[in-house]
Ligand binder design. Structure first.
Ligand code: PEP
Length: 259
């Protein structure tokens, strides 16, 4: 695969207690995985556990935040991005659904995590544009593109699925078919390879041959210990973003890392 280092990311989403987090980290710390120069392991805990995980996790594993803000901090009490909130308010007016109201509340109380703060905490990666944020919080391509640009400008590495990036050096592209996320329906190795190869061709045609050859394209969607090996064997599959299985204990997680 042209020297692209395999990347396995565990996205814990919004799960875990201090005890559970400690347990997973212990499991990870004891896991036998290939050396750092062969496989890069990235775990992505919820914000509130970033520092805890950072303090406990073995140093050859890396940490990713699950989101960050689109620009600088400052006087942004409660972090509101106006056009998203407006859109949601309109939804509330039209449908007055409790569910929509919850979305507004979620936006208003969402913690303002800055790219600068992640850098300051020593968190090297951030996942941006996950489909759950696009679906539930209405993050648009443009908004995600702005976030990626800002995070990169602050020196973060980004695991992203986006449309506008000028410097690809620190970008990992995650292909995650929505029908496969958290559903137990994994893409077949052929399906994944097909899309990854199209994405790489897109990079070749729209960015450059070098970027196409060096950018890692990882697959996400119901990856587990049983299906990862075959997927990993595809020439354009350079790693995984793992949700459910990354929380389910050592045995499966370790298998994913080893494949
Ligand atoms: C994800 O949310 O990034 C994901 C791939 O989830 P799962 O592995 O649970 O399908």
């Amino acid at each position: 695969n042209m020297g692209r280092k395999f990347l396995v990311g565990g996205n814990w989403k919004c799960n875990g207690t201090t005890e559970e987090v400690k347990k997973i980290v212990t499991t990870l710390n004891e896991a036998e995985v290939p050396p750092e120069d062969v496989v890069e392991v990235v775990v992505s805990p919820p914000f509130v556990f970033l520092t805890l995980v950072k303090s406990l996790l073995r140093s050859d594993f890396h940490i990713a935040a699950q989101n960050c803000w689109v620009r600088k901090g400052g006087a942004f009490t409660g972090e509101v991005r106006l056009n998203i909130v407006n859109q949601t308010y309109i939804a509330v007016e039209f449908w007055s659904k409790l569910r929509e109201f919850h979305i507004v509340m979620a936006l208003l109380v969402m913690t303002l995590i800055l790219a600068e703060m992640l850098v300051n905490l020593g968190i090297p990666y951030v996942i941006l544009g996950h489909s759950e944020r696009r679906l539930l919080l209405r993050e648009s391509n443009d908004f995600v593109g702005d976030k990626v640009a800002y995070a990169l400008s602050q020196g973060l590495k980004v695991i992203a699925c986006v449309d506008r990036i000028s410097d690809w050096t620190n970008v990992v592209v995650a292909y995650e078919p929505v029908w496969a996320i958290g559903t137990g329906k994994v893409a077949t190795p052929t399906q994944a390879q097909e899309v990854h190869s199209v994405l790489r061709k897109w990079l070749h045609a729209n960015v450059s041959a070098e970027v196409a050859a060096s950018t890692r394209i990882i697959y996400g969607g119901s990856v587990n210990g049983a299906n990862c090996r075959e997927l990993a064997a595809q020439p354009d599959v350079d790693g995984f973003l793992v949700g459910g299985a990354s929380l389910k204990g050592c045995h499966k997680t370790t298998k994913v890392f080893q494949a």
